[in-house]
Design a protein around this ligand. Structure first.
Ligand SMILES: Cc1ncc(COP(=O)(O)O)c(C=O)c1O
Length: 459
């Protein structure tokens, strides 16, 4: 047995004994140990290359080991790698100012930024901010939405599976159907539905007996609506272009805040800094994480309009976490923003996304089990179905995913693995989030590898 094989075997035995299975590692029949990464590629302990089409669920938008961003890490390590979040350091201030100014440019509103260490933690902070301002604790959120796994974030995340082991969630959100038009909740067709879903939502405000509003003074029991502009875990579902404008009009009418969760779709995944920019609405709060540091350091944050977050209303110590604005994270975050400004991702992401989408559409023409493909920028979906083009095929999706991770797809004399992520309400959607720096050759290779997997799985 080769040295790497015996080491791998030993490590997997230790993992089986000492690591919790409560995370997501064991979604794969045989967990893989990765050893190296570069650009769009991961390499296992045997040196086998895996083309990564999910980039740590969009936490590494700018490619693995991006030199310009990594340099900030090295610089900060030699200068000020540690300092309590109670004190200031330059990078924190500059990063907050940069994000606030870039957001102000886009939304026309002044705001402030508040940091934390993970997406869920910043969602918690946003919940506190809203509860403090509105003195209410109930939220609307979407069916199929995902906002994290801490207790508060779980209350506004629709899947019951995430709650069922943990008792009663008293502030469980009211979950509203997302405009998942391929499988419309109301059985309508996008072409002529006239936004029936918005009408259903607005109907809730008609009488106090629908449990939302006191029509005598128009007070609503719900403080805010949490949205993902494109659902991430829900399967990269892209709403019709006017949807959020119409939703936002209803929310404004009833004085309900709009919270935009950009944790997965922010930082140019869709070709804009914030994905919500595509839809021409102005959220009250934006929550972000993941690619803020290109996956190098857990750092997250929120942006809120001045009126919700100014120091009079949200005073010192309103929330705190030891590592919340840690100097390594903020230095990398700042380098990420500078890197973004130097590159025209608005243009390249759109072009690469359109190219990949056209290739996916060609595959859809060839294979009846691809029921739907769609994309915005480099957030793309491939929905796998039975041959009728509609009934979800979870087993096939899982088989393709598992085969991709075996690392043995032969192509042009080389062996490759393909890293795919599975999402969607029926776990039958490949949610593609390649590096925004992916090359056209790599996109072509992906299409060939994916087709090889389809054939291997008997499609
Ligand atoms: C849209 C969205 N919100 C929140 C989260 C939670 O972030 P984290 O996993 O960093 O806690 C995620 C994570 O995937 C996400 O995609």
């Amino acid at each position: 047995m080769k040295l790497c094989e015996s080491e791998e075997k030993e490590l997997l035995e230790l993992e089986a004994q000492y690591c919790s299975y409560g995370d997501t590692v064991h979604y794969l029949d045989k967990p893989i140990i990765f050893e190296r990464c570069e650009g769009s590629w991961l390499f296992d302990m045997h040196g086998k290359p895996y083309l990564d089409m999910q980039m740590w669920y969009s936490a590494v938008n700018f490619g693995y080991r991006n030199k310009e961003i990594d340099e900030a890490y090295n610089r900060q390590m030699t200068k000020l790698p540690q300092v309590a979040s109670q004190y200031l350091h330059k990078e924190k201030i500059l990063l907050a100012a940069n994000i606030a100014k870039e957001t102000e440019k886009r939304l026309g509103t002044k705001g402030r930024v508040h940091f934390n260490v993970g997406g869920s933690q910043s969602i918690e902070d946003s919940l506190k901010l809203i509860r403090n301002y509105k003195k209410k604790s109930l939220m609307f959120a979407f069916m199929g939405g995902y906002h994290g796994r801490t207790l508060g974030a779980t209350e506004i995340t629709s899947s019951f599976r995430y709650r069922k082991r943990y008792g009663h969630f008293s502030n469980r959100a009211l979950f509203v159907p997302y405009p998942y038009c391929f499988r419309c909740f109301y059985g309508k067709n996008r072409k002529n539905c006239d936004y029936e879903c918005i009408k259903h939502f607005e109907k809730l405000f008609e009488t106090e007996y629908y449990g939302i509003i006191d029509t005598k003074d128009n007070e609503v029991e719900y403080a805010a609506f949490y949205i993902e502009p494109i659902q991430g875990t829900g399967g990269y579902v892209i709403p019709p272009i006017e949807y959020f404008k119409r939703l936002s009009a209803v929310l404004k009418k009833y004085n309900i805040l709009l919270v935009d969760d950009e944790i997965q779709m922010g930082f140019y995944r869709t070709g804009k800094l914030w994905a919500i920019e595509h839809f021409d609405v102005k959220p009250d709060l934006i929550v972000f994480a993941k690619s803020l540091t290109n996956g190098l350091n857990p750092l997250s944050g929120l942006w809120a309009k001045e009126e919700f977050i100014n120091p009079q209303i949200f005073p010192p110590g309103s929330t705190h976490s030891t590592f919340s604005s840690n100097p390594i994270g903020t230095a990398i975050g700042l380098a990420t923003i500078e890197y973004i400004k130097k590159n025209d991702f608005e243009k390249t992401v759109k072009e690469k996304g359109n190219y990949l989408l056209s290739k996916l559409r060609e595959l859809q023409q060839k294979y009846r089990v691809i029921g739907d493909v769609d994309g915005l920028g480099l957030a793309l979906r491939v929905e796998m179905t039975k041959r009728d083009g509609f009934a979800p095929d979870r087993a096939l999706t899982d088989m393709i995913f598992q085969e991709g991770m075996k690392g043995n797809i032969e192509m042009d004399g080389e062996k490759y693995g393909l890293v795919l992520d599975v999402g969607g309400y029926y776990k039958n959607v490949f949610t593609l989030a390649p590096a925004l720096t992916i090359t056209y050759e790599e996109i072509d290779l992906f299409v060939k590898l994916f087709e090889a997997l389809l054939k291997r799985c008997g499609v």
